[in-house]
Design a protein around this ligand. Structure first.
Ligand code: PEP
Ligand code: MG
Length: 759
């Protein structure tokens, strides 16, 4: 190979090496012998004194499986944990290393049985298959050799062939190999964030199943480039057709497709694939190699925008592979098992809706956040969804048994019998509680000492509305109208909005529905609406600020609400009011729309009540003026806490740092409730606090009587209220107030325990 110009470096050299390896692979030898031959061939071709293959085995251990150059007795004896030594480092980061002076690298781990001390330089690459690490391929030299980028590339290409050899199942059993990290049959626990609550037990179904390649090495690169060209053309044609289909409709699909289309034209991407073909790979293997490289390089990137782009590219790579292999069927078209748990890096809300709800027991995502659209849909459908599950895609494989434990923010892969039993018990208990909540849904939410509490629910999709009957909520205390806009493909016009609001009111069957006008901006993004990036979006151009700067949007929304509420009660609420003048301006638009409806002779709402959300602290110092104007106030404790503590509500690092039950926050809420009472104006609360039984106890003690929360929280809250003597609680909290340094949360828990309050 070095005769071809440079030690193992040039492309022709890489092709020759692949060709020789292919001859070895084709020989009818046991896999171990073929692997031995392969390492010998690589060592010779790359002018390295050592070439070794480590294979990942159960328990995340890398075992030396073949070597040319190290002591033969070390084979099957030397084992390194993932993360241990340079080889372990390559596996844990799934990225190559090329070191002229490996022995002085801080990660170097010396294994005397190998005789490694003789070799100074080391180049190693992960053996990847479908983005998963199966092992590590290493070459070593005695001298301080500086490996070139091309040499790393060559070794990566060869590693693809080694991957197929390992995946063949002869070297280590398939059951050990199956999951990415090779931990195979071993159970594993992964931490995750609960994006939609619940417990689920089922079988992993990959949202995008892995594509297995059978042909890796090609004889004729020109033919492969032709095949690639054809696949690119077909793919681009199909994307163009989709774009034409969606022409004029705008919206989410078009946006996504346009991005794909732009990426599909990226010459850099195509050139990298062609370069890989020129090293002797088939077109499909070249696509996969470029995808592997990209995934490995972008593995540690946290930036959400770049991660989204990576998802796009992943998807595009898979599309291209499907064209190359002639696979047309989309994964969603497959039959689902009875108890499917969907596993994906990320997915959109519509994709989730494509699956058969009856068979889908849960979803787990490697990425995803609580405010992502898929999470909103999952909550509406009551499908447990866990996200932010690092390493998921490299650890789970189709058919694995899986437990989603939303109560403890964890998932179990291939759970052991005792875990299954424990989960089964929890599920039975949860179901029993749910049955009892359902049975009690018509019981009044009245405390033991006779104080009636209003329990309303939060909603955002038409899908949520039936929960009114299912939970016995007395109305919708917060209808987040922006959700309709977020899941739509284009900006909904008046007719569409009127239809949605009308159906919500019909579904509510006379129970009140408080429609909140658009609260977009911050973390709520409309896919079809381009906006400039903001440094502090939560404090930026959002909610009522946008509605007032784009009054046509607000007019249309209010018009749709008025039309939908013809003959019925209309409740409108404005989000993020910071100044009374903003409320006045919004109210004026509403009054004009009502006047316009009257002039047009339409059926007017039977009554109109207008409220404001209390989310911005500045409102506190305009309390009297606000109360003069509104019919009701609703405390948005999520945003209010964010602004009171100056702590981003979406930042996981700050979660739990500032307690909503801390004196500062409770004093503020207490003062708002008291002011409302003095002026005889209704004050409710519709943030997350409302649905937490302990927080709700504190709020009850402060005088709050109206709560609006996610539907699953209503049953537990009703049970808490019905088992509570509010007079006793008020006295207890009043006494606590005089003692310094009290931890309100644990005190309330102790009260509940001592007084039989159901939590
Ligand atoms: C809140 O801020 O508490 C609230 C209910 O509004 P959202 O969560 O939709 O911002
Ligand atoms: Mg809010």
């Amino acid at each position: 190979m070095n005769q071809q110009g440079g030690p193992g470096g040039d492309l022709t050299g890489a092709r020759l090496l692949l060709k020789r390896i292919r001859t070895t692979m084709a020989r009818n030898l046991p896999a171990q012998r073929r692997l031995d031959e392969v390492v010998r061939t690589i060592a010779g071709a790359m002018v390295a004194e050592v070439c070794s293959v480590y294979v990942l085995r159960a328990g995340e251990v890398l075992e030396l499986f073949a070597t040319e150059g190290l002591k033969a007795e070390a084979v099957h004896l030397t084992r390194l944990r993932v993360g241990e030594g340079l080889v372990g480092d390559i596996a844990s980061h799934a990225r190559p290393l090329a070191l002229a002076d490996a022995q002085h690298h801080p990660q170097f781990a010396y294994r005397p049985e190998t005789g490694e001390e003789l070799y100074q330089s080391l180049m190693g690459v992960p053996v990847l298959r479908s983005g998963r690490v199966l092992g590590v391929l290493v070459v070593q030299n005695k001298t301080r050799r500086h490996y070139t980028e091309e040499e790393v590339e060559t070794l990566e290409t060869v590693a693809m062939v080694v991957a197929e050899l390992i995946a063949g199942g002869e070297l280590v059993g398939r059951e050990e190999l199956s999951p990415v990290t090779g931990i195979g049959v071993l159970p594993e626990r992964l931490e995750a964030q609960v994006l939609a609550p619940g417990l689920a037990l089922g079988v992993a179904v990959l949202h995008q199943p892995d594509i297995t390649l059978t042909q890796l090495v090609a004889e004729d690169p020109l033919r492969e480039i032709d095949r690639l060209d054809d696949a690119f053309s077909s793919m681009k044609l199909a994307l163009d057709e989709l774009l034409t289909e969606h022409d004029g409709t705008g919206g989410e699909h078009r946006e996504v497709l346009e991005t794909y289309r732009m990426l599909a034209d990226d010459r850099g991407w195509a050139n990298r694939i062609i370069e890989a073909i020129e090293t002797g790979l088939t077109a499909e293997a070249a696509v996969q190699k470029v995808q592997n490289d990209m995934r490995a390089r972008m593995r540690d990137i946290q930036d959400p925008y770049l991660r989204e782009r990576l998802s796009d590219l992943d998807d595009l790579n898979n599309r291209l592979l499907r064209y190359l292999l002639g696979i047309q069927e989309l994964p969603e078209a497959r039959d689902l098992p009875e108890n499917a748990i969907l596993v994906a890096r990320n997915m959109g809300p519509a994709e989730l809706l494509d699956y058969d709800r009856k068979r889908l027991k849960g979803v787990v995502l490697e990425e995803g956040t609580a405010s992502s659209h898929v999470a909103i849909v999952a909550r509406a459908l009551d499908i447990p969804l866990l996200g932010h599950c690092t390493g998921l895609m490299t650890k789970v494989q189709a058919g694995d048994s899986l437990v989603l434990d939303g109560e403890n923010e964890q998932i179990f892969l291939r759970p052991s019998e005792d875990i299954l039993q424990a989960v089964a018990i929890s599920m039975t208990a949860l179901q029993a509680r749910q049955v009892s909540y359902a049975a009690n849904r018509d019981l009044p939410a009245v405390t033991k000492d006779g104080v009636a509490i209003q329990l309303m629910m939060n909603a955002g999709l038409l899908l949520d509305v039936p929960q009114l009957a299912a939970t016995g909520a007395s109305g919708i205390g917060l209808y987040r109208t922006e959700v309709t806009f977020m899941v739509a493909h284009s900006f909904p016009d008046v007719a569409r909005q009127r239809d949605v609001y009308g159906r919500v009111l019909d579904g509510a069957e006379g129970k009140p529905v408080i429609f909140r006008t658009l609260d977009i901006g911050s973390d709520k993004v409309l896919p079809y609406w381009h906006r400039d990036a903001e440094e502090n979006p939560a404090m930026g151009w959002r909610a009522l600020r946008i509605s007032l700067d784009r009054p046509a949007m607000l007019r249309q929304q209010l018009r749709a609400m008025i039309m939908a509420a013809g003959g019925k009660a209309l409740h409108v609420m404005f989000p993020m009011v910071a100044l009374v003048e903003e409320f006045d301006d919004a109210k004026e638009i509403l009054d004009l729309e009502l006047q316009r409806a009257e002039e047009k002779g339409g059926v007017l709402p039977e009554s109109v009540r207008v409220g404001a959300m209390f989310e911005v602290p500045a409102l506190f110092w305009q309390m009297e003026e606000v109360l003069d104007r509104v019919d009701f106030l609703s405390i948005g404790s999520n945003d209010l806490a964010q602004f009171v503590f100056a702590a981003d509500r979406g930042n996981t690092q700050l979660q739990g740092r500032y307690d909503t039950l801390s004196p500062a926050f409770l004093r503020l809420i207490g003062a708002i409730i008291a002011a409302g009472k003095r002026r005889n104006k209704a004050v409710g609360l519709c943030g997350e606090m409302a649905g937490d039984p302990i927080d709700a106890m504190a709020l009850l003690a402060l005088g709050l009587r109206s709560f609006s929360m996610a539907p699953p929280a209503i049953g537990p809250l009703r049970a808490m209220i019905r088992s509570l003597d509010l007079g006793q609680l008020e006295a207890y909290v009043a006494a606590l107030g005089t003692q310094r340094g009290q931890d309100m949360r644990s005190s309330l828990r102790a009260f509940a325990r001592d007084h039989g309050v159901a939590l």
